[in-house]
Design a protein around this ligand. Sequence first.
Ligand code: ADP
Length: 277
Amino acid sequence: MSECTHDCSTCGESCGERTQPQSLLREHNPAARVGKVFGVVSGKGGVGKSMVTSQLAVFMRRRGCKVGILDADVTGPSIPKAFGVHQRAMADERGMLPVETSSGIQLMSVNLLLDDETDPVLWRGPVIGGVVTQFWTDVIWDVDYLFVDMPPGTGDVALSVFQSLPLDGVVIVASPQELVSMVVEKAVKMAEMMNIPIVGVIENMSYLLCPDCGKEIPLFGAGKTQAAADAHHIPLLARMPIDPALAQLTDQGRIEDLTEEWLSGAADILEKFSGKS
Ligand code: ADP
């Protein structure tokens, strides 16, 4: 056992004199400046969590804020591709340097560290958790807002992100089916159990817009999702349709060219949540 420093918050020893629970929260790189940190979570993969993370970052950047995205979705990293960023991240003696997109959004993702970005990440949970924590402790962020694209679900890596990063709030992304199911409830309860405020839920793939008449075609019965959000006592921040043009923008690495404003209101709410307006 190492010598007692009497600072139980940073000590990992299980000694009889422990007076406070140990905090697993980690400090960011001393050379970094980080304002508010928001996690973007979903109950499962493929519901548009990375899409929402990218759009929120784009809207905040357009408002003149300094913005970063920490891609914690290590086994399915899609953030660099959406921004058309393919170069490798560099480091200096102080730490790792995020890669900047064309509009100046700072990114860190495992895809920016791999020799070949199509290589799969065949690492076990603790290793992945360690890498995500390093994206917080080692990267020299200089941001007002840091968005964390969380790993989907409530598993190992999601838990270590919740424990080690000081999240100011979480935004939940869900498809209509998810919103009325148990899957999203688990994500809500995880945030509650970790004492992290829930900003609200963004419903993705809510409806189809008829290309001929512009009519909204609800895919899962209109009105049910608002009722489900109410049942969880969480605000429904925005509803986003399935839009092939949106998928095309991310495939082409041009998410910063987005013209649709579906998530602009959600960005307003984030600003208010941060006490900025
Ligand atoms: P997740 O991060 O939840 O795994 P992604 O954001 O990577 O999901 O989205 C999965 C796929 O669906 C991506 O190809 C993305 O471009 C596409 N997608 C997400 N939301 C929409 C939408 N509203 N309209 C069209 N395509 C979408």
